[in-house]
Design a protein around this ligand. Structure first.
Ligand code: SR1
Ligand code: MG
Length: 421
């Protein structure tokens, strides 16, 4: 693949960014002081982009720029610059529906494949905090609510059909980032792909068994097709604990560059899969058994509460909806059937969504252990034997979530199973 950059595109550095910004910043973003005096740091540690923090005497902002390749892999893995467009517009749409759980996006520049957004301080990436064993009283409420508001309001349940189709059109061309997900989550973990990367030799036999597991491969392909073809809601597309920043009081969802129209269960399952990940990794990070147990109980509580808040909020939005032609008001709220019909429709919807959420959580767990994009929860455990033992437990739950999601009646059941693995 050859990436064609817009004319004038230049990869920014801490030295070049101030003189570029000074010509572009809207007046309300006056940072204060001369550009030469601004402090600029490059802090990106994600897989894809450059991330700068730019501070003047009055204000600090974050600037993100796409480079024409996958940052974590280098120039050998080219990647189009359009992801900056999708991340900027993803932030705008999510903030429209989920309010302050999403940072404000200020401006986007197509030529430089770059945008500016709110600087979050003292917020820290959730994954780091889960590894450090910190608890956040508002996390489940905020993420459950974020999921309900973004997914309901961008779907045919809660959005006018013409507006929804326009949004589908805008986001459906995020094909390069979708392709990464299609490859890295749904396909590569299930065969001996060159980019895979696991704890070897400890997990070799376990992983070979997965490649020979016809049942799991069929489930992965069933959900890959759903991912590729069900334009149900505008997804964040990469909702893991590295895409969330937290303080004691606040939760902010960042990084929606993988945003596109897909099945709701993908976002919810991604997040839940990452909570289970953190759960299994705890013995590698806590000093005592008692601390492990205490924090694991908190994490399982997060799983249950996130789903409860999501479901309750989504049900309320649906019951009170004014627009959205799926399950229209004329039949369900204003019709002659009373609330029983609506309740039955909602029960059926949430049961299917629950099952699909479990399968997607299982997929996310497989790919983080077998595939290209491992995460610090496990990677930071230096003792490879300990790490592999914990990863095997995670894979046991992940398989059950994929091949037998119908066997679970709710998250209490799933959590009980998770403890046995
Ligand atoms: C090449 S990108 C690898 C992973 O990083 C992103 O955060 C997504 O999770 C993607 O799958
Ligand atoms: Mg990201």
């Amino acid at each position: 693949m050859t990436v064609v950059a817009p004319e004038g595109y230049k990869i920014q550095t801490v030295e070049t960014l101030p003189s570029y910004l000074v010509t572009k910043l809207p007046p309300e973003l006056e940072l204060g002081g001369a550009p030469e005096s601004w402090e600029v740091k490059e802090v990106g540690d994600g897989n894809l982009n450059l991330v700068f923090i730019v501070s003047g005497s009055r204000k600090t902002i974050v600037v993100k720029q796409a480079v024409p390749y996958v940052r974590a892999a280098g120039e050998g893995w080219p990647l189009p610059l359009t992801r900056a467009f999708f991340e900027f517009h993803g932030l705008v749409e999510e903030r429209r529906f989920a309010g302050s759980t999403v940072p404000e996006a200020y401006f986007y520049d197509d030529q430089m494949a770059l945008f500016a957004m709110e600087f979050l301080s003292p917020h820290v990436i959730l994954r780091k905090e889960l590894i450090a064993g910190k608890k956040f009283p508002n996390l489940a409420k905020d993420i459950g609510s974020f999921l309900a508001h973004t997914l309901f309001n961008t779907s045919d349940l809660g959005m006018d059909p013409a507006e929804k189709k326009e949004l589908v059109q805008r986001f459906c061309v995020n094909s390069d980032l979708c392709r990464i997900t299609e490859d890295l989550i749904f396909t590569e973990p299930f065969f001996d792909a060159p980019r895979n990367n696991w704890t070897t030799p400890q997990l070799d036999d376990t992983i070979k068994a997965i490649w020979n597991d016809a049942e799991i491969i069929q489930v992965a392909m069933k959900y890959k097709l759903k991912f590729m073809s069900e334009a149900q809601a505008l997804l964040h597309g990469d909702l893991h604990s590295g895409s969330i920043m937290v303080t004691e009081a606040e939760t902010k969802v960042i990084d929606p560059e993988f945003g596109f129209y897909g099945p709701m269960a993908f976002d919810i399952g991604n997040y839940i899969g990452n909570l289970f990940f953190a759960y299994y990794a705890q013995p590698g990070h806590r000093a005592s058994e008692a601390e492990v147990e205490d924090y694991q109980a908190w994490l399982l509580g997060q799983v249950t509460e996130t789903w409860q808040v999501f479901e309750a909020t989504f049900r309320k939005l649906w019951t009170e909806k004014q627009v959205g032609e799926a399950y229209p008001r004329i039949l369900y709220q204003d019709g002659t059937h009373g609330e029983a019909l609506l309740n039955a429709a909602q029960d059926d919807f949430f049961r299917s969504l629950f099952i699909d959420t479990l399968a997607n959580a299982g997929l996310e767990m497989h790919r983080r252990i077998i595939g290209f994009a491992g995460v610090a929860d496990f990677k930071d455990i230096e003792d490879a034997d300990l790490r592999a033992g914990l990863e095997k437990r995670a894979l046991k739950l992940a398989r059950q979530l994929m091949v037998a999601p119908e066997s679970f009646s709710g998250f209490a059941d799933v959590n009980a199973y998770a403890k046995q693995c």
